[in-house]
Design a protein around this ligand. Structure first.
Ligand SMILES: [Zn+2]
Length: 429
C-alpha cells in the first residue's frame, strides 16, 4: 500500500477519534465555544510532508515578521485581496440564493472585523482603561467572494460569473483540495456537538487548505434551512476567530494553557486558559494579569468579542505578506489585484498551472542564487525529474514537460542554500 495515502487515512481517523473525545468532553457545555484547531494541527503535523511545508512557511513568516518588528519594513501598505470560496457539502441546491446571501453577510462581517470597522469596536473605549499598553489592530485585507474563472471539475451547478459557492459537492477538507488552490476556502457543515470550527494554524492557500465551520455559527441573521446562526454564536465571529488561526494566530492563552506558555504575541496578557460566555471586561484575572476577554482569539460569546490587538495584527499582516503570492488572481471583480507587482518574498516561489496538463513552469524570485536542485517525485517516492542549476542573480524560469506523466499527485522539491520548498502538483490531462 502506498505509505503516504496510508498516513493520510491514519490522520483522518485519529482526528475523527479526537473529535469524538472533544464531543464527549463538551456535551455538558453545549453553549460554550470550543475550537478544534489545536487538536487538528497536532494531527496534521504528523504528516511529514505537511510538517516540512509548515516549517518552511513559518520560516518565511519569521523573516518578514522580524523585518516588520524592527521597522525595516512597513506593514503591508497595499490591501491584500483575498478571493473567497465557500463550500456547503451537505446543502441542497434549492437553497442556493439564500446561502449566497448568507455568505455575503459573513464576508461583510469579516471585512468589518479585520479592518476594525465593526460597530461594537467602540466598546474598546470603556475597556481600554484596564489595558493601557494595548491598542486595537487592523489587518490590511479585503475578502472578496470569487466570481469568475472558477476551477474545473467542481460543482456543476456553479456557473461562471456567479459567486464561488459550491453546494452538495464534496470538498476534500480532511487534507486539502488541489482543485481550489489559491482561494480562502471555507467549508460549512455539521460538526460534532460543541465544536464550532477548526483551521490549520498558518494555513497554505497554495496547498488547497481550508478551514471548517459549523453550520450553526456561519453568518448572522435568520440564515437558511439547515444553516441557521444560533445564539450565542450568531454574529459571524467564529469565522473571524478561525481565520485568525489561518493567518498564524494562537489562542490568547497559547494553546495548551498554563502560565508558562504564551501566545507569542507581545501585547496580549499571558493567561492560562479561555474565558467562556460573557463577562465584564477587566473582571477576569489569570497569571496575575487581567485577561483580554474581548479578543477574537478567546472563547467568549460573539457579542462579547470585538477586537484584535496591534500585536496580533502585526503577526497576521506579516503572515499575509509571506503568502501573498499564493492567492489566485483574476477570479474576483476587484481590479487592484493584478495591477500591483507581487512582493518578492525570500523562500517563496511560484509553480503554475496547478493542476497541470502538458507543461509546468517554475519561477523563482530574483533573490535566488547559488546552486539549486529541483526534483519531482510521485506519491510512492519514485523520482520523475531532477535538475541542478547554478542560479544567476536574475529572474529564473524552468519548464517541465508533464505531457507523458500519469494523472495524479506529485511532490515538487526545490532546494538551495538560501531556502527550500516542497509543493504538491496535480497532473490532470
Ligand atoms: Zn480557536
Amino acid at each position: 500500500m502506498n505509505p503516504k495515502f496510508n498516513l493520510k487515512e491514519t490522520m483522518t481517523f485519529k482526528f475523527t477519534i479526537s473529535m469524538v473525545f472533544l464531543f464527549i468532553s463538551s456535551m455538558s457545555l453545549a453553549q460554550e465555544r470550543t475550537c478544534g484547531t489545536d487538536e487538528f494541527m497536532r494531527e496534521k503535523l504528523l504528516n511529514p510532508v505537511y510538517k516540512e511545508n509548515y516549517k518552511s512557511r513559518q520560516e518565511s513568516f519569521q523573516s518578514i515578521y522580524k523585518t516588520i518588528k524592527s521597522n525595516l519594513r512597513e506593514q503591508n501598505q497595499e490591501t491584500t485581496i483575498i478571493p473567497v470560496a465557500v463550500h456547503f457539502p451537505t446543502a441542497d441546491e434549492s437553497i442556493r440564493p439564500c446561502l449566497v446571501d448568507l455568505v455575503k453577510d459573513q464576508i461583510r462581517i469579516l471585512n468589518e472585523d479585520f479592518s476594525g470597522t465593526n460597530s461594537d469596536i467602540s466598546n474598546w473605549e470603556g475597556v481600554s482603561t484596564h489595558f493601557p499598553e494595548i491598542s486595537t489592530g487592523n489587518i490590511n485585507v479585503k475578502f472578496v467572494l470569487a466570481t469568475k474563472n472558477h476551477p474545473e471539475n467542481t460543482d456543476e451547478d456553479l456557473l461562471e460569473g456567479e459567486p464561488a459557492v459550491t453546494i452538495g459537492w464534496a470538498f476534500d477538507e480532511s487534507d486539502s483540495d488541489m482543485r481550489w488552490v489559491g482561494y480562502q476556502n471555507i467549508v460549512v457543515k455539521e460538526l460534532p456537538g460543541g465544536i464550532l470550527g477548526y483551521s490549520p494554524k498558518g494555513g497554505a492557500p497554495n496547498f488547497g487548505d481550508t478551514l471548517v465551520i459549523s453550520n450553526s455559527v456561519f453568518g448572522s441573521g435568520s440564515g437558511c434551512d439547515g444553516f441557521r446562526p444560533s445564539e450565542p454564536f450568531n454574529l459571524g465571529r467564529t469565522l473571524t476567530h478561525e481565520l485568525g488561526h489561518f493567518y498564524n494566530l494562537d489562542h490568547t492563552w497559547g494553546g495548551d494553557g498554563g502560565c508558562g506558555l504564551d501566545d507569542g504575541i507581545e501585547d496580549t496578557p499571558t493567561i492560562s486558559g479561555p474565558t467562556y460566555g460573557c463577562v465584564t471586561p477587566g473582571s477576569v484575572t489569570m497569571c496575575n494579569n487581567i485577561a483580554l476577554t474581548t479578543n477574537y482569539m478567546d472563547y467568549v460569546n460573539d457579542a462579547c468579542m470585538f477586537m484584535f490587538t496591534e500585536g496580533q495584527a502585526m503577526i497576521m499582516n506579516a503572515y499575509l505578506t509571506s503568502i501573498r503570492r499564493d492567492w489566485k488572481t483574476n477570479v474576483t471583480q476587484e481590479s487592484t489585484e493584478s495591477e500591483e507587482p507581487p512582493i518578492l518574498v525570500e523562500g517563496s516561489f511560484n509553480i503554475f498551472p496547478n493542476p497541470v496538463d502538458k507543461e509546468l513552469t517554475v519561477s523563482l524570485p530574483n533573490e535566488a542564487e547559488g546552486i539549486a536542485t529541483f526534483t519531482l517525485h510521485d506519491l510512492s517516492g519514485k523520482l520523475i525529474f531532477t535538475r541542478t542549476l547554478n542560479l544567476e542573480n536574475e529572474f529564473l524560469q524552468i519548464k517541465v514537460n508533464t505531457s507523458e506523466m500519469a494523472n495524479g499527485l506529485y511532490f515538487f522539491d526545490f532546494n538551495s542554500s538560501a531556502f527550500s520548498r516542497t509543493m504538491k502538483i496535480v497532473v490532470n490531462h
